[in-house]
Ligand binder design. Structure first.
Ligand SMILES: Cc1ncc(COP(=O)(O)O)c(C=O)c1O
Length: 398
């Protein structure tokens, strides 16, 4: 008998995870096609348009002939601009040889994990989490350990638990601050203790700092890479999607020791070859141009954060910690139900509010929902009103 296509799929594919927010988006779009109104709070992308100067730079670059391949690590002028900007922002020196450019930060997470993890290697991250880390690590057959983040610590890691779970066998720890899905931010003493453990047990840290410009604390953002002895053992992941409202452009970067950068570049070479060349020129314009648009968007995110968190906390059964960064609210809904997925489905189907269920980000997310507030105040108000009005129906049916 002939094999079905399903039979032919590699068994390793079963180890891949995926981002459920994209599933919610697909269902929401299907409802919209039927004429239903949906407020989109599921996908983590700024609703703002990309600043005009960045778009103009891309158009000019395309006309000037930036339409061919570039080196797999990224064009030299963009790597120089990233090394200057990202180094100055974190207060540490970086050179272009430390920079790898990719079509978004996500493929660089994948390629960096490919460059580092052999089957059986000890890989530590946290729960709840952006799904890309565990998906890649599991695919590579690493030994994966998740440390819970604690709502009681405003979604920072349980560091005593981390200390118990790392050892000299640990190869790589991932941290993500500001954090998706909770908006939590690691404090300086958290970073110092993590750095101490990394030095003591000689492991590497992948610091996903994609939300470093979406930061609401008065103290400035601190990168773990800037702590003593950490630049050499940290891979910083960052990009343009969130800070510059450039999710669809697909442009991200990572900073790391040169020897590792060469291997991640080899993975770039083997997969996408290089990032679209005129998009790379737009990246230079973003980094060298005025910082004002980033600050303006951030001030608006902060206003929206206050509106949505204030509003959610008014809804009976919801309780939401104040996020200190990123653009997500992660309310506890366990007084209403433990079945966060059922409530998210109900809110989409009955209230026309698309959000992501907390357990989509790991077991520790069970009993929570994630709302992306990268949308207008008007939409946030409509969503809050609609949730409050429809919730009694869920409670009665449950
Ligand atoms: C924590 C985190 N890291 C990385 C990414 C990837 O961003 P991009 O690939 O658009 O640069 C995202 C996007 O949602 C994210 O939330």
């Amino acid at each position: 008998m002939l094999a079905t296509t399903q039979d032919r799929i590699a068994a390793a594919v079963k180890r891949l995870g995926s981002e459920n927010a994209f599933l919610v988006l697909a269902r929401a779009r299907a409802l919209e096609k039927q004429g239903r109104k949906v407020v989109h709070l599921e996908i983590g992308e700024p609703d703002f348009d990309t600043p005009e100067a960045i778009k103009a730079a891309a158009a000019a670059a395309m006309r000037a002939g930036y339409t061919h391949y570039t080196p797999s690590a990224g064009s030299m002028d963009l790597r120089e601009a990233i090394a200057d900007y990202a180094g100055a922002f974190r207060g540490i020196p970086y050179a272009p040889r430390n920079v790898v450019v990719g079509p978004g930060a996500k493929p660089l997470i994948w390629n960096t994990l490919c460059a580092l993890l052999d089957p059986g290697d000890e890989f530590v991250y946290f729960d709840p989490a952006y799904p890309a880390y565990a998906s890649a690590a599991s695919y590579l057959q690493a030994n994966v350990t998740a440390i819970p983040l604690l709502e009681s610590r405003n979604w920072r890691m349980d560091l005593d638990e981390l200390e118990r779970r790392v050892s000299d066998r640990t190869k790589l720890l991932v941290i993500n601050s500001p954090h998706n899905p909770t908006g939590g931010v690691l404090q300086l003493d958290d970073l110092e203790r993590i750095a101490e453990l990394a030095r003591q047990h000689d492991f590497l840290v992948l610091a996903d700092e994609i939300y470093s410009r979406n930061f609401y604390l008065d103290r400035g953002f601190v990168s773990i890479a800037s702590l003593p002895g950490m630049r050499e053992r940290t891979i910083v992941v960052d990009g343009f999607s969130k800070a510059y409202a450039m999710t669809g452009w697909r442009l991200g970067y990572a900073l790391m020791p040169e020897e590792l950068a060469n291997v991640v570049t080899l993975f770039n070479n083997n997969t996408f070859s290089c990032v679209t060349s005129f998009v790379q020129q737009a990246g230079i314009a973003a980094l060298k141009g005025p910082d004002e648009p980033v600050r303006t968007m951030n001030a608006l995110f902060r206003e929206r954060r206050d509106r949505i968190v204030g509003g959610l906390n008014q809804i009976p059964g919801f309780s939401c910690a104040l996020p200190e960064g990123a653009f997500y609210a992660f309310p506890n809904i366990s007084k209403i139900t433990r079945d966060d997925r059922a409530l998210a489905n109900f809110l989409l189907e009955e209230a026309g509010v698309a959000c992501t269920w907390g357990s989509a980000f790991g077991a520790a997310g069970k009993g929570y929902l994630r709302f992306s507030y990268a949308t207008s105040l008007e939409d946030i108000d409509v969503a809050l009103d609609s949730i409050a009005k429809s919730l009694p129906k869920f409670t009665r049916s449950g």
